[in-house]
Design a protein around this ligand. Structure first.
Ligand code: GLN
Length: 470
């Protein structure tokens, strides 16, 4: 059965119905139309999904005009896994177009902006829910669904989680299948989970973290077994006693001393660590993400995907190339065009060595920095990793440099938007698991989150420390 999108502010606005669309309750929750089986680990539970995760019962638009009428031919593996365990798909959530942004403000004209529901008082000026999974974070914070899926390329689950006062997990790269997830930057994209507390996020994660032959970057069972074995050998069996927590000296923003004292009181050891390459992570991320995006988005503009029928049909006398140019010019928003241009430039013959390769090199240095400070070896190359017995198990720092920005303020729209990702992109470039957990509020009363990052495959550890923090 086809369904029409619902009208809650965090969810995608109803699309213009096509003549073939006949639906009795056009603004209701999608789950009223798609009940799952009544048994399973998530039986009866409602979960919203970000609008770049294919769902074959409704258009999947990536909040882009170019994909306004795109009906995916199949449902993404992660959503199939949820449904197989009885989850109800509650709705599709708004996002920055193709995941490019940090405030869920890069939207097509037919969507209204998402307001952050975590406002400390009703008189506050509306603030951003963060991005690009702002719709998912707001839907959870509003209590519209029990949990939500987002995607995180450079912080898009963790930043909105921090701004909206919910928990947001970006798993290790490859832990959740990306089959059916519309690519932004494949070497960085991860499906993530948002929920009100860690137990919820862990429960959903456990259902969707499976090997998948349909995604060649998805970790195989044998790699998962190695990671499990390493975690058993290197970690205390429960609690956080003896856990070593590193605070990166390069990050100016600090977490409250009250939190650190509490963790020390519970038996954790807290020490300063150095990740020198973290300072170059933001420019490296934007070069690599834009380069991959410029290539990935090349597939839109022909006849295969989406685009409303009125745009698809060829204007008289128009050549194939002119038609493609018109569809892309009309279909992509300003931010996406900017990224395509930046990425194409970074990959051009003149710039390749100096820009793209340099960014790749910085990414390698950052990965090395992380490997050097972790006590737990990397499961993908345990033998080549120097085992640093004096290393740390988890890195802790604030998720964001600030609380949620006010919507519509010019300063928040300019280059400062990119600055908001300063503390989230390092774990993305290194492919490490990182969770944002609510940890009080800023001076303005809006939520703030702290981030916990660990070695690849150590999700269990970030959940464990996260439970002590929340
Ligand atoms: N804000 C970052 C960007 O625009 C991260 C987005 C994401 O994680 N999808 O690229």
């Amino acid at each position: 059965m086809r369904v029409t999108k619902c009208r809650l502010q965090s969810l995608t606005a109803p699309l213009k119905p096509r003549t073939s669309d006949i639906h009795p309750t056009p603004y209701s929750w999608i789950n009223t139309c798609t009940p799952g089986p009544s048994t399973g680990k998530l039986a009866g539970i409602s979960i919203a999904i970000k609008d770049n995760i294919s769902y074959d019962k409704a258009p999947t638009s990536c909040s882009s005009s170019i994909l306004r009428d795109y009906d995916p031919p199949y449902t993404a593996t992660c959503v199939q896994n949820l449904m197989a365990e009885g989850a109800h798909i509650a709705g599709q959530t708004k996002m920055d177009e193709f995941g490019m942004g940090s405030q869920t403000t890069h939207l097509p004209p037919f969507y209204t902006p998402v307001h952050n529901p975590a406002s400390p008082s009703p008189d506050e000026t509306p603030r951003s829910a963060g991005g690009s999974s702002g719709g998912s974070a707001a839907a959870v914070a509003e209590g519209r669904c029990w949990a939500a899926l987002g995607t995180d390329t450079g912080g898009s689950v963790r930043l909105p989680a921090s701004y909206c006062g919910v928990v947001g997990l970006k798993p290790s790269y490859g832990m959740i299948s990306r089959r059916g997830v519309i690519a932004y930057a494949d070497s960085l994209d991860c499906v993530g989970v948002l929920g009100r507390d860690i137990d919820t996020v862990e429960q959903v994660f456990n259902v969707i973290t499976r090997p998948d032959e349909g995604d060649m970057t998805c970790a195989s069972s044998s790699i998962r077994l190695i990671a499990f074995d390493i975690s058993q050998r290197h970690l205390p069996h429960k609690g956080i006693e003896g856990l070593r927590i590193g605070i990166p000296s390069e990050i100016n923003q600090k977490v409250s001393s009250g939190l650190l004292d509490y963790l020390k009181g519970e038996g954790a050891k807290v020490e300063e660590v150095s990740l020198p390459s973290i300072k170059k992570a933001l420019p490296a991320y934007y070069v690599l993400a834009s380069a991959e995006a410029s290539s990935n988005l090349g597939r839109f503009g022909g006849g295969w995907f989406g685009s409303p029928p009125e745009r698809q049909s060829r204007i008289e006398g128009e050549s194939g190339e002119e038609r493609r140019k018109r569809i892309r010019t009309e279909g992509f928003g300003t931010e996406v065009k900017k990224r395509i241009l930046a990425g194409t430039w970074a990959l051009s013959a003149d710039e390749f060595d100096n820009t793209y390769l340099k960014a790749l090199h910085l990414r390698q240095l950052l990965r090395k920095d992380y490997r050097n400070i972790f006590r737990i070896p990397h499961p993908l190359s345990p033998s080549s990793t120097p085992q640093n017995q004096a290393g740390v198990d988890v890195i802790l720092h604030p998720t964001a440099i600030r609380t949620a920005p006010v919507l519509g303020v010019k300063e928040a729209k300019s280059s400062n938007e990119y600055q908001q990702d300063l503390l989230t992109v390092p774990a993305s470039l290194a492919g490490l698991p990182c969770i944002s957990v609510p940890a009080g509020e800023g001076q303005d009363g809006w939520p703030l989150g702290v981030s916990l990052t660990s070695q690849w495959g150590m999700e269990g550890l970030v959940f464990r420390l996260g439970k002590a923090v929340e």
